[in-house]
Design a protein around this ligand. Structure first.
Ligand code: HEC
Length: 89
């Protein structure tokens, strides 16, 4: 009986470790993504990309914060997306 417990414990530790390692990898991948990729993955499912020159810098800041909450993304990802949209004029 004790043997089974040991095997189960090892199994849990191994899967928890691999989850942790994969989690870190996923974070690094996000950091390497550019604005256009982040846009299509996070914002594009709800609407098309608006023209960058359609809004002012200040309006983009507000839109970024507002849409960040809808898309559930980080501030860093939002900045990359807004920079990308503003560069498309
Ligand atoms: C869950 C759906 C959803 C997601 C995800 C989303 N939006 Fe929106 N967005 C909307 C809706 C709905 C509106 C209409 C205005 C409102 O009610 O907020 C809007 C409005 C806008 C507008 C102004 C109106 C327009 O279409 O010109 C911009 C710009 C915009 N979103 C950009 C973004 C960006 C950038 C992201 C990604 C960070 C994003 N959105 C993610 C739903 C979404």
């Amino acid at each position: 009986m004790k043997k089974y417990l040991l095997i189960i414990t090892i199994g849990v530790v191994v899967s928890a470790t691999s989850l942790l390692i994969n989690g870190c990898k996923a974070t690094q991948e996000v950091a390497a993504k550019g604005g256009s990729e982040l846009w299509s993955e996070n914002c594009g499912r709800c609407h098309n990309a608006p023209n960058g020159s359609y809004y002012t810098r200040e309006q983009w800041d507000v839109i970024g914060t507002h849409m960040r909450m809808r898309a559930h993304i980080t501030a860093d990802e939002t900045r990359k997306i807004v920079d990308f949209l503003q560069s498309a004029k």
